[in-house]
Design a protein. Structure first.
Lengths: 764, 208
C-alpha cells in the first residue's frame, strides 16, 4: 500500500526509506501484525525555518506496508534543533542534528534529521556610512541575513576590501584604519561572502561637519555667499538659490581652514572684536603705533575696511554670535598698511606681503588678502620691488610651497578714478563694457596675484566689478544691500540686492553700522544688529577677495601640501561658468564691423573656458577640494618665464573707428622650451591722444583670441598708452608659435599708431 | 572707490556712477586743470633724469609736496606757507603746490625739507606719462651683500629702515636737508651697491 499524502507545498521529500526499522514477529493465520516502523523520507534533511512532512511506514508481518504517520507518536531528541508535530511535520529550528522518532504500537522507527542553513539573502555592514578622521581606527561589522529572516554576525567570515588603500585600510576582522595624511572624501569598504556583498562608505574628514545651517551663529543663515537660499541678507531683494561658493561638501568634511594663517593686508583689524578675537593669532602689526594691535583708531568713527574684510574670511564659528567666516577655522593676522597716508609706503607693503619675520611676522602667513588696488586713469606698471617680494613669497614662503596672494580686480566697471580726475565712462556704459581694466593696476598683471572679480547674489557679475583678461576667478562680493525704507527708493535695482554680511567695528558710535546710518535698517542698529557690531552693506571686489581667500584657506586645510600654482590650477579647473549663456557685446558702429567689443565665454585649445568678466568662472570650493584629493603632486612642472619677444618700432597706423584694426605678429620660439602657458603678458605702446578709444586683442598660436583691453575704456587722455596687459585666457595652451596683436580704435576723430609691443609667457 | 566705506555719501556717488571720494583724498578743490598743470610742468625747470621702478623721472623745479593728513587743504597749504592759489594737484595723500619761494626761476631741489615743521618733498614728473609724483625720502638699495647695509647707512648718513635679506634690498631714509637724488647717486657709485633708487609715489593703493 502506498498511503502517502500529497506533498505539502515547499516540502522536500526524498522517497527513499532506509533501514531505520524495527522488526516484529509475524506469522500464522492471525492478522498481520506490525513488525517494524521506518521514518522517512531519507535522508531527513531540512533547512532551518522550513518544514518537512515526515512519514512513518509500518511493515507488517505479512510483508505488507502501510503509512502509519498519523498513528505515530513523534518525538525529537533535540527540540532546539528540530521539532516534529503530532502530524509528523518536521520543522528546522537551528542548524544541527536531532534524532526523530515515530512510535506506533510500541514499535519505534528513528531517523537522524539534519537541519541546514537556509540560503543567504544578503549581508550588511555596520555602520553603512561613517566619518573617520585621519589616523582613526574604526571597527566595522558584517551581518548576514538568511532566507528565513534570521541574522548572524559574520564579521570575521567575510572578505573585506577597501576602494582606496592609500586612504583607508581594512583587515580581515573588519578593523578599518584611516591613514594619516589620507585624502579627504569617500572610501568604499566592501564585505563579500558566499556570493553576496555589501558596501559601506567611510568619509575621511578633517573634523566634525560645520555649516551655516548647523551653526548657532544667528547671522550665518543670511550669509548668502556660504549657502544661497535666496535670502535677502537684510537687503530688500533676495538672490538666487545655489549661487554661492559651493561649500556644502567641504563643510561636511569638517574642513574649516584650520592651520591656515591668513594675512589681512588692509586698513586694520579690530583684534578684540567679539566674532574675530578667537581666530586672531599673535603676529599682527600696527604700522602707525608700532604695536601688535592694528585695531582702527578710536579717533576715526568710520568703518574699518580691514576688519570687515577679515570677517568674511574668518568670523568665529558656532559661538552663538554674529556670523561665520568662509574659513572659520583660519588664523588671522592684520597689517594696517593702509591705515593712514603715512603708513601706505612701499616698505610697509613689502613687510606686509611676507618680507618680514617680525613686526609684522608676515612670513608666517599662507594666504595674503589684498582688498586694495590702484584706482587711476593712467595705468600703473608693476613695481619691481613689489614684484620681487611676490616672487620671493611664492618661492620661499609656506615651506617653499609658496604663499597665495589674492587681490581685488577693482570696482571700476561703471566708473573709477580719483575724484580730481575721474575716468570718462560715458562710452563704456553706453556700450555695456567695462570702463576699467584689471591690468590698469600693474600689480594685477603679475602671475603671482590671483585677481578676483565680484559676483552678486544672483551669481552674476556685480555691477561694479572691473573686468579684464587678468582675472583668475570670481567670488561673491555682493551688491549694495540697501533698504528703500531707510535709504530711499529710486536707485538702480541692484542697489537693493544683498551685499555681504560681515563684522563691523564694535559699537554704535563707530563703523559702517552706527546710530543714524540709513543705508539699511540693519546698519542703523535694528535687530538683530542692535549692538552695531556687524554690517550688511559691505561689498566691492574688496569682498570678493576675502571670499576667495577663505576658499583658498579651505583648500589648503583639505590638502596642505598643495603649491601655490596647484591651488591656482584647482581654481581654474573647477570654477563654474557664471552666466553661461551671456552674449558677446557687439559694437555695430565701427567700419568693417560689427565688432565684438567683449566676447562671450571662450573655450581655449586646452579646454579652459574664460570670460573677461568672470575669469575662469565662479569659485566652486567643493569641486576644488575634491580635485585636490586626487591631484598628482608636481604635475605642473617647474615654473619659468620666457624672455620678452619684442617687435621692432612699428609706427603702425590704427584705422579710426574701424573693426579692421592694426595687426602685428610676433613668434615665440619652441626652444629652449615650449612652455605650457600659465599666463601671458603683453607690453604695448601706442601713440594716441585718446587711449581710451583703443582696444587690444591677442590671438594665440592655437587660434584662441583674448580681448586684453576693450575699446571705449576709461584711460585718461594722454599722448598714448604704455601698459602691460595680462591674459589668463590661454591657460594650458603651448607658447611657441605666432602671436598676433590687433589694436582697434573704437571711436571716431582721434587717430594713432601702434608703436611697438612685446610678449612673454609664464608657464611650465 | 572705497567700496567698503559705505557712508551715505559714498553710496549715493556710486549709484550715480560718479566715483566717490577716494580714501585719503581731499574732495575739493582739486588744483589746476590737466592742461594748465601740463603747461606748468612743461615750463618748469627740471633736474637730471633718473630711473625708479623702471620709469624715468625728473624733479620739477618750483613744486613741492606735503602730506595732507587729517587737516583741511587750506590748513595743509598754510602749514607750508602756501595758499589755495598755489595748489597744483592733490595726488593720493599728497598736496602738490607751488612753493612760495619758487616765484620766477625756481631752483630744482630734490631735497627733503621741513617747512614750519611740515615735511615737504620734491615733486617729479614721469617722462612717459607726464604725470606728477612725489619723491619720497626713501631709497631702495640693492646690495651685493646685505651684511653691509648698516655700514653703508652710517657711512652715508642715512637711516637704515629695513633689510629684506632674500631680496638683497635695504631701505634707507634720507634725512631732511639732504638732497635725495644726490644721496641715491652717491650710493649707486658704491661698489657694494648694485642699484639705488628713490621711492616714487605716483600711484596710490586704495581699499577696493
Amino acid at each position: 500500500m502506498n498511503r502517502k499524502r500529497p506533498l505539502l507545498p515547499g516540502e522536500l521529500l526524498v522517497g527513499l526509506f532506509a533501514a531505520f526499522t524495527l522488526s516484529a514477529c509475524g506469522g500464522g493465520s492471525s492478522p498481520p501484525s506490525l513488525a517494524s516502523v521506518a521514518v522517512g523520507p531519507q535522508p531527513v534533511s531540512v533547512v532551518r525555518g522550513a518544514a518537512l512532512q515526515l512519514q512513518a511506514m509500518g511493515t507488517y508481518s505479512d510483508g505488507s506496508s502501510a503509512d502509519v504517520t498519523t498513528q505515530a507518536t513523534w518525538t525529537s531528541s533535540v527540540v532546539s534543533v528540530a521539532t516534529v508535530s503530532s502530524a509528523g511535520i518536521l520543522t528546522g529550528r537551528a542548524v544541527g542534528t536531532a534524532t526523530v522518532a515515530a512510535k506506533v504500537s510500541g514499535l519505534s522507527g528513528q531517523a537522524t534529521a539534519t537541519v541546514t542553513l537556509p540560503a543567504l539573502a544578503s549581508i550588511a555592514i555596520q555602520p553603512a556610512t561613517a566619518d573617520v578622521l585621519p589616523g582613526e581606527v574604526r571597527q566595522l561589522g558584517a551581518t548576514a541575513t538568511w532566507a528565513d529572516g534570521l541574522t548572524e554576525t559574520v564579521t570575521t567570515q567575510v572578505t573585506w576590501t577597501s576602494s582606496d588603500i592609500t586612504a583607508v585600510t581594512i583587515n580581515s576582522t573588519g578593523l578599518a584604519t584611516a591613514l594619516v595624511g589620507a585624502p579627504l572624501g569617500n572610501v568604499t569598504i566592501t564585505a563579500a561572502w558566499n556570493g553576496k556583498q555589501s558596501t559601506s562608505t567611510l568619509v575621511v574628514v578633517r573634523r566634525v561637519p560645520i555649516g551655516p545651517d548647523l551653526s548657532s551663529d544667528p547671522l550665518a543663515r543670511e550669509q548668502w555667499h556660504l549657502r544661497n537660499t535666496g535670502q535677502k541678507a537684510y537687503a530688500d531683494v533676495g538672490g538666487t538659490v545655489g549661487m554661492d561658493l559651493r561649500l556644502t561638501n567641504t563643510y561636511r568634511l569638517g574642513v574649516t581652514g584650520a592651520g591656515v594663517r591668513v594675512a589681512v593686508v588692509d586698513s586694520g583689524l579690530e583684534i578684540a572684536h567679539e566674532d574675530l578675537a578667537d581666530n586672531v593669532v599673535p603676529g599682527s602689526w600696527n604700522f602707525v603705533t608700532r604695536t601688535n594691535d592694528p585695531s582702527p583708531s578710536a579717533a576715526d568713527p568710520g568703518g574699518d575696511h580691514g576688519t570687515s574684510v577679515a570677517g568674511i574670511i574668518g568670523m568665529v564659528y558656532d559661538n552663538a554670535i554674529g556670523g561665520m567666516g568662509v574659513a572659520p577655522g583660519a588664523s588671522l593676522n592684520g597689517y594696517n598698511f593702509l591705515a593712514t597716508q603715512a603708513s601706505a609706503t612701499l616698505l610697509n607693503l613689502v613687510k606686509s606681503l611676507g618680507g618680514s619675520t617680525a613686526n609684522p611676522a608676515s612670513s608666517e602667513s599662507w594666504v595674503f588678502n589684498q582688498s586694495f588696488g590702484v584706482d587711476d586713469t593712467v595705468p600703473s606698471l608693476s613695481d619691481p620691488t613689489l614684484e620681487a617680494q611676490y616672487l620671493d613669497g611664492v618661492t620661499h614662503l609656506r615651506g617653499g610651497k609658496g604663499a597665495l596672494y589674492v587681490k581685488s580686480a577693482g570696482n571700476g566697471f561703471r566708473g573709477f578714478g580719483p575724484v580730481a580726475a575721474p575716468a570718462d565712462c560715458t562710452l563704456a556704459r553706453a556700450l555695456g563694457v567695462s570702463c576699467q581694466n584689471a591690468s590698469m593696476d600693474g600689480e594685477n598683471t603679475l602671475p603671482y596675484n590671483l585677481v578676483v572679480g565680484a559676483l552678486n547674489a544672483d551669481g552674476l557679475r556685480s555691477s561694479y566689478s572691473t573686468a579684464g583678461s587678468a582675472l583668475w576667478v570670481t567670488a561673491p562680493g555682493g551688491e549694495f544691500g540697501l533698504n528703500a525704507a531707510t535709504f530711499g527708493g529710486g536707485r538702480a535695482p541692484y542697489a537693493y540686492q544683498p551685499a555681504m554680511v560681515t563684522v563691523d567695528r564694535t559699537g554704535c558710535a563707530v563703523g559702517y553700522s552706527q546710530t543714524g546710518e540709513t543705508a539699511s535698517a540693519f546698519d542703523g542698529g535694528a535687530a538683530p544688529n542692535s549692538q552695531c557690531n556687524y554690517t550688511n552693506t559691505f561689498n566691492g571686489t574688496s569682498s570678493a577677495a576675502p571670499s576667495l581667500t577663505g576658499a583658498i584657506a579651505l583648500i589648503l586645510d583639505a590638502r596642505p601640501s598643495l603649491t601655490w600654482r596647484e591651488v591656482k590650477h584647482l581654481l581654474a579647473s573647477t570654477a563654474r561658468r557664471a552666466d553661461p549663456a551671456i552674449a558677446a557685446v557687439v559694437d555695430a558702429s565701427l567700419a568693417g564691423g560689427p565688432y565684438v567689443a567683449e566676447p562671450a565665454w571662450t573655450v581655449n585649445a586646452a579646454g579652459y573656458a574664460f570670460h573677461n568678466w568672470y575669469g575662469f568662472g565662479a569659485v566652486d570650493v567643493d569641486s576644488a577640494v575634491a580635485m585636490a584629493q586626487t591631484l598628482t603632486p608636481g604635475q605642473l612642472g617647474t615654473f619659468s618665464v620666457t624672455d620678452w619677444v619684442a617687435s621692432p618700432t612699428l609706427t603702425l597706423p590704427i584705422p579710426d573707428a574701424s573693426a579692421v584694426g592694426a595687426t602685428s605678429t610676433l613668434s615665440i620660439p619652441a626652444t629652449p622650451r615650449n612652455l605650457i602657458i600659465e599666463a601671458v603678458q603683453v607690453d604695448v605702446t601706442a601713440i594716441h591722444p585718446a587711449p581710451g578709444d583703443l582696444g587690444f586683442e591677442l590671438v594665440s598660436p592655437a587660434g584662441t583670441k583674448s580681448l586684453l583691453l576693450n575699446i571705449k575704456n576709461g584711460l585718461a587722455p594722454a599722448a598714448g598708452v604704455q601698459m602691460v596687459l595680462t591674459s589668463n585666457a590661454f591657460y594650458g595652451e603651448t607658447a611657441s608659435g605666432s602671436w598676433t596683436l590687433k589694436v582697434v580704435d573704437g571711436v571716431a576723430t582721434n587717430v594713432g599708431t601702434l608703436s611697438d609691443w612685446k610678449i612673454r609667457v609664464y608657464g611650465h | 572707490m572705497a567700496m567698503g566705506s559705505l557712508t551715505r555719501k559714498t553710496i549715493l556717488s556710486m549709484l550715480l556712477f560718479v566715483p566717490a571720494a577716494t580714501w585719503g583724498q581731499a574732495s575739493a578743490p582739486t588744483g589746476l586743470s590737466a592742461g594748465a598743470r601740463a603747461a606748468l610742468v612743461q615750463a618748469a625747470p627740471k633736474g637730471a633724469p633718473f630711473k625708479s621702478g623702471g620709469q624715468t623721472y625728473q624733479v620739477v623745479g618750483g613744486l613741492r609736496a606735503t602730506a595732507g593728513g587729517s587737516a583741511t587743504l587750506d590748513q595743509t597749504l598754510s602749514a607750508v606757507g602756501a595758499v589755495s592759489t598755489d595748489l597744483v594737484e592733490v595726488r593720493g595723500p599728497f598736496v602738490i603746490y607751488r612753493a612760495p619761494s619758487a616765484a620766477g626761476a625756481a631752483p630744482v631741489s630734490a631735497m627733503a625739507a621741513a617747512v614750519n615743521q611740515s615735511s615737504t618733498l620734491p615733486v617729479v614728473v614721469n617722462k612717459r606719462t607726464g604725470r606728477l609724483g612725489v619723491a619720497a625720502n626713501v631709497l631702495i638699495v640693492k646690495l651685493t651683500d646685505v651684511g653691509t647695509a648698516a655700514f653703508l647707512a652710517e657711512a652715508s648718513g642715512l637711516t637704515l629702515d629695513f633689510v629684506a635679506e632674500r631680496l638683497g634690498l635695504a631701505f634707507y631714509t634720507v634725512p631732511d636737508g639732504r638732497d635725495i637724488q644726490a644721496a641715491a647717486a652717491s650710493l649707486a657709485r658704491d661698489s657694494r651697491v648694485k642699484s639705488a633708487e628713490i621711492e616714487i609715489r605716483e600711484h596710490f593703493a586704495v581699499p577696493m
